[in-house]
Design a protein around this ligand. Sequence first.
Ligand code: HDE
Length: 735
Amino acid sequence: MAKKPAAGKKSKAPADLAPDTPLSGETPRKASPVPAHALIANSYVEAQGSGGETHQTAVEGAPVMTTQQGIPVADDQNSLKQGARGPTLVEDFHFREKLFHFDHERIPERVVHARGYGAHGYFELTDSLADITRADIFQRVGERTPAFVRFSTVAGSKGSFDLARDVRGFAVKLYTKEGNWDLVGNNIPVFFIQDAMKFPDLIHAAKPEPDRMFPQAQTAHDNFWDFISLTPESMHMVMWTMSDRAIPRSFRTMEGFGVHSFRFVTADGKSTFVKFHWKPKQALQSVVWNEAVKINGADPDFHRRDLWDAINGGDFPEWELGVQLFDEAFADSFEFDVLDATKFIPEELVPVRRVGRLVLDRVVDNFFAETEQVAFCTQNVPPGIDFTNDPLLQGRNFSYLDTQLKRLGGPNFTHIPINAPKCPFAHFQQDGHMAMTNPRGRVNYEPNSWGPTLGGPREDPERGFSSFAASEDGPKLRIRPESFADHYSQARQFYVSQLPIEQKHIADALVFELSKVERPDIRTRLVSHLLNIDKTMAGKVAEGLGLPELPAPAQAARPTNTDLAPSDALSIVKNGPPTFKGRKLGILMSDGADAALFNALLKAINNVGAFYEVIAPRIGGVTLSNGVKVAAKQKIDGGPSVLFDAVAVLVSEQGGPLLAADAAAQDFVRDAFGHCKYIGFTQEAKPIFVKGGIAENLDEACVALATAKDTTAFVEAIAALRFWPRELKVDMDAG
Ligand code: HDE
């Protein structure tokens, strides 16, 4: 046996980190209550110490570490052994407890929407709906209801990257005074399928293929497009997921939708149909595909970091709650079935009435306890809100409760603080794994004869939830209604509502995805559906795929209605922000950069409520022309331009050629240009543009910065976010 060095010597425990000030964004740890006796300094001398003994002492002011049972821990560095080099003893309960707990740290990730990020906030009512619903949350203008929101991607696993091309979950838990209301929506108002029966197939097809377990978090593979091309009802949703809606710039810049038609119900039982919308105050914004691919490498946590930074920076994300209200008469006259989740109701037909605002103002204290353990259930609705017969919603009402049992391990997940109602609650459900709030007293059943004080909670026919008294009749059938049969008209309506640049992105995305599909027949089959949506688009996709000839259009159960009016609300670019507020400018700098210009730029950025980051050759920062040192947020190769909404290059005469030789700096300007971003620059930046291959093509969105006035004009201009005409010049798919 090899002789172990330093036998009998105890290795030093790592120094305790006890920073006085937490690092940015860190919440100071709350001390857990420890018994006073535990605060005695715990020091010991080694059994076999022969010089160099380590005396560990308690860190003054820090809580003493204990086991889960509260027993103070003397040594968290070494397991208990028989002799310094001997076997570890089973009696070491601290060691066993630590490993046992670690071994069980994981719970099953969500089968869909595994990767997500949550934050706390509140909903504030701005317009009363008291005449339409008895729901308590909609009664009193100005009243705030606590909220927790979790955003997510659908297909990727928990550790996947944020900028997958995917639908985003937009799940809102509202802790109302009459129980929790979970509005579990998406950032797209329609869905792939009409009947919950098909959900497992859809998800199996979208997830990594089961034999090889790739590709991760991508729909660009055979199984997905095979299923989709055999499921014409998905065509409308596919238009949305191939659009830039599926690659949002931020959770803050996307809309949310309840998708299904729900019901509002008054105290006297009158029902109004309702569709829910979340409209971002930050306006709509997405990235471009080539950028998304690069963001995933540069910062896989791009969306969660953005939300964390915005909230901690005091720029609280906000959405307005909008409702589309309609009655049976509208439902009967509408061209599509309001129970069909592959259809939406254009805002031009039924206006979106804004009735409240959702503000996210607090990040979580602990990701696992809150974001991972939050359990949304579509069936959580308070009195005044009710379901419709949408077969997707009906299926979801079963699935969500069921999935929480598996994920959280027992029926008492409502005892976890993030899931518990914040209003009084009382019932006779008891026991089970990890019960925390069993009912008190002798009585755990009803009816009982113990009277109002001892007898526990009783039902209240007045206040209690009562379902809308819909009358249903008919034979039992496994069938889709005729009224669900049109699969292409709204897909077309969505497509024709887009600006040409947005239509180009849809066709490009289809070409990209289908080019990853190995079986030519699947590619062709999908194009046969596109022909029923828009012939020009289908032609472009076919050309992009190199199809020898166009297939015949897919057989359609209903002919495409080409007369549906385009809707401006469906375009992202038409609904962009009026200013650069809440966006981020990346400033690439070198030593000697013009101090006056830099300060003017910062002032202009601050004036509009935007953010900036300095990117420099060294993380230590740069020294400006006036000798002032500026810290960098990113070293050049860690801060590529894809992370920013616009960029500026402020370099000195020496800095220009220096950075021009750096591949990361070349990429910085080349990508900013290729992604149609606005670029502000000092003349000294020209060598970088030359090496980046863009010097010859500078256009009006490449803005020279010489004076303070230039910086104000630049910050005004960048509110446009992109200069799209450039794309037609730099993209070989353009035409
Ligand atoms: Fe979900 N969905 N879903 N879904 N869904 C889940 O529940 C399901 C659907 C949505 O941040 C699961 O807690 C079925 C539509 C979001 O925790 C599961 C069907 C919409 C989230 C489930 C659908 C959604 C989920 C997995 C077809 C938009 C994440 C983990 C009938 C309106 C919530 C979980 C969070 C999560 C089932 C379709 C949104 C398995 C059966 C349509 C935002 O229960």
